[in-house]
Structure formats: structure tokens, C-alpha cells
Design a protein around this ligand. Structure first.
Ligand SMILES: Cc1cc2nc3c(=O)[nH]c(=O)nc-3n(C[C@H](O)[C@H](O)[C@H](O)COP(=O)(O)OP(=O)(O)OC[C@H]3O[C@@H](n4cnc5c(N)ncnc54)[C@H](O)[C@@H]3O)c2cc1C
Length: 377
């Protein structure tokens, strides 16, 4: 039984039926159209994902920190309706209802009814709270021919930290994210990577307008918009209690330093479905000791981002994007590769000035101290 049919729950329901499992899925809005623009590194996506779920592909996205970095790693924007439809729910028993409580072998519905199952997976999305850091962004959709020159001729800016968005020196920084949605439209998003509290959407909208106007793109106010706000953290599932297995952003599968979770959930859906078929522990399958250790290091990365002074942000990312792309991939995408993650962090550390190294050391020590209690940073 799966509670929640967002990208994570729907992918899992779909892959479970592909493996011949009986699936009951519950969601108060099981067929509501998804609206966010989901993107991922192409190499993170599972081979079973249909080609037509990919709306656009950029071979070499670019980042600007204190200089330009061409990232030799293809990046894809998913077609949101295409993704939703391709995760076919034929064969899944879908019930429109709100799950009020989730336990290892049963759920309690909002009506009070109790429903039992051999395996219960909680994929109800991340829970917001004032103490949990969030990512925020404000985006506009603009015709490609209006922006192409202003963006230096590049197709996609993974991160552009250029300080032309009206931010004063002491204020937290935000960056511009630009991706093509199709042949004609581009999404331009002013993004607060992570904050506690994160920058509010009005401020991001103001910065986006200032930045784009300086680049000759004058918004009319009629453009379609995308508003982004989500928590980047959820408690790491624990072996100590008798909880249901949590999956997707609910189950700490989001990278806390980037806010990405969709590709990880898609990629792990088969692993979880196979573990159910084999009647294995889902928790031990997904949260190996190595995955837990990598997650703790990612939390240290999140703490570092939260502690960096505004003027240090761009140079910190300059160190990161100077890494060879396979080392970047390990840091960003390999959630079960502890030696690789340690090497990636050591290489960034070696390149940082002493003031930023102190922040990384303090963040790593504090992540170690609070291991097991990581829902609040
Ligand atoms: C605008 C936006 C853009 C984003 N872009 C990206 C991106 O490019 N790449 C990326 O990797 N991530 C992105 N994210 C972050 C994150 O990956 C997404 O939030 C993603 O939707 C998480 O998927 P999920 O299935 O874990 O949770 P959700 O998408 O939150 O789905 C949760 C599901 O559970 C259901 N539910 C909730 N409560 C209950 C209940 N009580 N009982 C039963 N069902 C319930 C909901 O109806 C929903 O269907 C973005 C987020 C936003 C908001």
C-alpha cells in the first residue's frame, strides 16, 4: 500500500505493478495534474523511463560563479504531464482518500477506517515547518527568442551567481536558473538554493525583474510564472522504531544541498519494488550504512551553505564546479558511494580559503554530533 501519488509514490506504484505486485494507492487528489517543472541530470534517470518523458535535453549546461564553468554533463527537463502519464497506474487500485496515520502494516484514513497491508510505504511528500530549511524560487516563462542573446547564447544556466539582481552586499545571495521548456519557451528562475528562512518569493520576483531588465529582458507581467517553496529536509528513516517505510521527499531522498529528489525516487522505485517482491527490509535495502554516512555528509554540506557569508557563496561554488565532472556527479548524485563522497568533499575543502574551511569543519562536526536527529538543522 502506498500513501501519496506524487512523483515518488506514483513511480513506486507503477514499478510495483510491473513486477506483478498488488498495489493499493491512496491520495486525496490522485489524478490532479502536476505543475512543477522537474529536471534532473540525464545519467540519474532509470533506463525504463520512456523517452517521451523528456521535454528538453541540454548537452552542456553552464554555471557562472566567479567565472564560467561549462558542465560536460547532459541535463534534462522532464515533461511534467509526460512523466505523470508514463507512470501508468493501470493495475493499481487507486483510492481517493486522505491518510491520517501511517504504521508499518496499516494506515488510518481521515474517516477513521483502518486499512491493512503487507507493506506500507509513506510517500506523502515533505512536511514544512518553520525550523526546516527551504528552497524558494520565482520563475517566469518567456519566449526563447526574447532571451537567447541576453543569456550569452547558452541554452541553459544551471546556476548564474552574477550579482546583477539588485542584491545589497550583506543580503543573502540568489542565483538565476535558466532551462528550455521546449523549442519555443524558456524558464528563468531566481532561486534561493536554501535558507532558514529562505528568501521570500516577492523578493525573488523583484531580483528577477532587476536582473532581467539589466540584460534587456523587460517582463510584461503577463508571463506564466512558477512559484517554488519546499523543505529540503526530512528525518532520515530510523531502524530503531516501528514506522512505515518512507519514500521520496518524505523519506529523506531529497539531496539537502540541492533540493533534487525526483530522479532519485524514480531510480530507487525498482529497488524498492524488488525488495518487496523478495520480502526484504526496505529500510535496510535503501538506507545501507554507506547511504546513511553519505546523507550525514550531505547534511554537513547543507550546514555549510547555511553558514556561508553572502560574499563567500560564489567562490564556494567556483571550487565545486572546478572539480572534474565525475567528482561533481559523485557529490550530487551518488547517494551510496561513501569513498567517492569523501574524496569529493576533500577536494572541495582543499581548494577553499581558510575562512570557508573553518565553516566546513564546524558544519561537519555539528552534523556528526546531531546524527540521528537531522530533521532540524
Ligand atoms: C515548483 C517545484 C519545482 C521543483 N523542481 C524540482 C526539480 O527540478 N527536480 C527535482 O528533483 N525536484 C524538484 N522539486 C522538489 C521535489 O523533488 C518535488 O517537491 C517533488 O514533487 C517531490 O516528490 P514526492 O513524490 O516525494 O512528493 P510530492 O510531490 O509532495 O507528492 C506527495 C503526494 O502525497 C499526497 N498526499 C499528501 N498528503 C497526503 C495524505 N495525508 N494522504 C495521502 N496522500 C497525501 C499529495 O497529494 C501528493 O500527491 C521541485 C519542487 C517544486 C515545488
Amino acid at each position: 500500500m502506498i500513501a501519496g501519488l506524487g512523483p515518488a509514490g506514483r513511480a513506486l506504484a507503477h514499478r510495483c505493478t510491473q513486477q506483478g505486485l498488488d498495489v493499493l494507492a491512496l491520495d486525496p487528489h490522485p489524478y490532479r495534474r502536476w505543475t512543477p517543472t522537474y529536471a534532473a541530470w540525464a545519467d540519474e534517470l532509470p533506463a525504463w523511463l520512456a523517452d517521451d518523458t523528456i521535454a528538453t535535453r541540454v548537452e552542456k549546461p553552464v554555471a557562472w560563479t566567479t567565472r564560467e564553468h561549462v558542465l560536460d554533463r547532459p541535463y534534462v527537463v522532464l515533461s511534467t504531464p509526460g512523466l505523470q502519464e508514463s507512470l501508468d497506474l493501470g493495475g493499481v487500485k487507486v483510492v481517493q482518500d486522505r491518510v491520517a496515520e501511517v504504521a508499518r502494516n496499516h494506515v488510518v484514513l481521515a474517516s477513521g477506517a483502518k486499512v491493512k497491508a503487507g507493506y506500507v510505504v509513506d510517500a506523502r511528500g515533505a512536511v514544512r515547518s518553520a525550523s526546516i530549511p527551504e528552497q524558494t524560487a520565482f520563475g517566469v516563462v518567456v519566449d526563447r527568442d526574447r532571451v537567447v542573446k541576453a543569456l550569452g547564447g547558452h541554452e541553459a544556466w544551471f546556476m548564474d551567481w552574477w550579482l546583477d539582481n539588485g542584491t545589497r552586499p550583506a543580503e543573502p545571495r540568489s542565483f538565476l536558473y535558466v532551462v528550455p521548456l521546449d523549442d519555443n519557451r524558456v524558464l528563468l528562475e531566481e532561486t534561493c538554493l536554501v535558507g532558514s528562512p529562505a528568501l521570500d518569493l516577492k523578493e525573488l520576483q523583484r531580483r528577477l525583474q532587476v536582473r532581467l531588465a539589466l540584460r534587456g529582458i523587460h517582463l510584461t507581467g503577463t508571463e506564466a510564472t512558477e512559484k517554488v517553496r519546499f523543505p529540503v529536509l526530512a528525518p532520515t528513516p530510523s531502524l530503531r522504531n516501528n514506522q512505515a517505510f518512507r519514500f521520496g521527499s518524505r523519506g529523506a531522498l531529497m539531496h539537502p544541498g540541492t533540493g533534487y529528489s525526483v530522479a532519485t525516487s524514480l531510480a530507487l522505485a525498482d529497488t524498492v519494488a524488488s525488495a518487496i517482491t523478495a520480502e526484504e527490509s526496505l529500510l535496510r535495502t535503501v538506507w545501507t550504512p554507506s547511504a546513511r554516512a553519505v546523507h550525514a555528509l550531505r547534511l554537513a554540506g547543507l550546514r555549510t551553505l547555511l553558514k556561508l557569508k553572502p560574499h563567500q557563496t560564489a567562490s564556494f561554488f567556483a571550487s565545486f564546479f572546478s572539480l572534474p565532472v565525475d567528482v561533481q556527479r559523485t557529490y550530487l548524485s551518488e547517494r551510496d558511494n561513501l569513498p567517492g563522497m569523501t574524496r569529493a568533499m576533500a577536494r572541495v575543502f582543499a581548494d577553499l580559503p581558510m575562512s570557508q574551511r573553518r565553516i566546513v569543519i564546524a558544519a561537519t562536526m555539528s552534523a556528526r554530533r546531531s546524527a540521528g536527529n537531522d530533521s532540524h538543522i
